[in-house]
Design a protein around this ligand. Structure first.
Ligand code: AHR
Length: 320
């Protein structure tokens, strides 16, 4: 079933508004998770920029990491009669009811950067990376780097119940499957934040003979890795050497750490999810053409060999 009302009310507008700098009649609600990481903050900045460039009136709601706040925001967007809703879902489950309400109100919902466990017909499309692949790329890098040597790995997971935490773990474990030299000895959530990443890494170091039993850290995002790097240094060890560090996001700070030899690799996740989302919405509202259910963004591996300070400079100013 199509989101007929949004289409009817917006088609006329879209024909003359999308892609034009002067138009400003489309109203889009954006329920953002919060600002737990540098990546998340950049996604918010870029979504606002992309909306402004296209003349879209963006209603922004920060959920402070709470699903209940996201559900309230979606209900408020529905009550306001927005033309579409962007949702970056904090966790994967528990969305069916509110997505059904948006569908009943004929308001298309586009998922940004995370997936949900809900019937596909309840949303228009999802703009995300291949989250399992990201974990797999990080895992393969580690397998190749340790080259058969024994290696105890500690893992900092993202927010419990979120699709990146579930899938990045899955992909990493798949890369390590059958490699008897590599063992995940500790795995705990650091909630995608720098503070918790540091805190949990401190507990890992204590539990593993001050870190002497740890060969590598896999963090589900760069912010947790940056916090953990600090903990490793405070424990008197050298991050990037005594303990290898691989993570995901490719935010500027991790390139600084890589340039200093304190981080080894990261898998890039673009914070510009809104660009492809607005493009898909424009086509849908103009022609009624439903996009693919998944608009996949790239996952590129960066290592210390990739001129980290150059990448840092390029990244700075790109929404970070
Ligand atoms: O969903 C994407 C993840 O959420 C990013 O990797 C992380 O930094 C963010 O908080």
């Amino acid at each position: 079933m199509k989101f007929v009302k949004a289409l009817a009310s917006a088609t006329i507008l879209a024909a003359c508004t999308f892609g034009s700098a002067s138009a400003a009649d489309l109203v889009v609600g954006f329920s953002q998770i919060g600002s737990e990481s540098g990546w998340r903050a950049a996604e918010t900045t870029l979504t606002k920029q992309q909306a402004e460039q296209r003349g879209i009136d963006l209603k922004f709601a920060d959920a402070q990491q709470k699903q209940e706040n996201q559900i309230k925001a979606i209900r408020s967007f529905i009550a306001q009669g927005v033309n579409a809703i962007l949702l970056a879902p904090v966790v994967a489950t528990g969305w069916d009811e509110v997505l059904q309400e948006a569908k009943d109100a004929e308001i298309p919902v586009i998922l940004l950067d995370r997936t949900v466990d809900a019937p596909k017909e309840l949303y228009l499309t999802a703009v995300t990376s291949d989250l399992v692949h990201e974990g797999n790329v990080a895992g393969k890098w580690l397998v190749d780097t340790v080259a058969g040597k024994p290696c105890n790995v500690v893992e900092l997971q993202g927010t419990t119940g979120s699709s990146p935490a579930i899938d990045r773990k899955k992909g990493f474990e798949a890369a390590l499957a059958g490699k008897d030299n590599l063992k995940i000895v500790r795995s705990q959530t650091g909630d995608f934040t720098r503070t918790k990443g540091k805190e949990v890494m401190e507990s890992f170091l204590k539990a593993e003979d001050g870190g002497k039993n740890i060969c590598a850290l896999y963090a589900h995002n760069d912010d947790m890795a940056v916090g953990a790097i600090q903990a490793i240094k405070e424990a008197g060890l050298k991050p990037g050497k005594d303990i290898l560090v691989v993570s995901i996001d490719a935010v500027p700070d991790i390139f600084q750490a890589m340039a200093a030899g304190e981080a080894n690799a990261t898998v890039e996740l673009t914070p510009n999810m809104a660009g492809p989302a607005f493009d898909a919405l424009a086509t849908y509202l103009k022609d009624g053409k439903e996009p693919e259910k998944w608009i996949q963004t790239e996952s590129k591996l960066y290592t210390q060999a990739d001129e980290p300070m150059k990448v840092y400079e390029e990244k700075k100013g790109l929404g970070y």
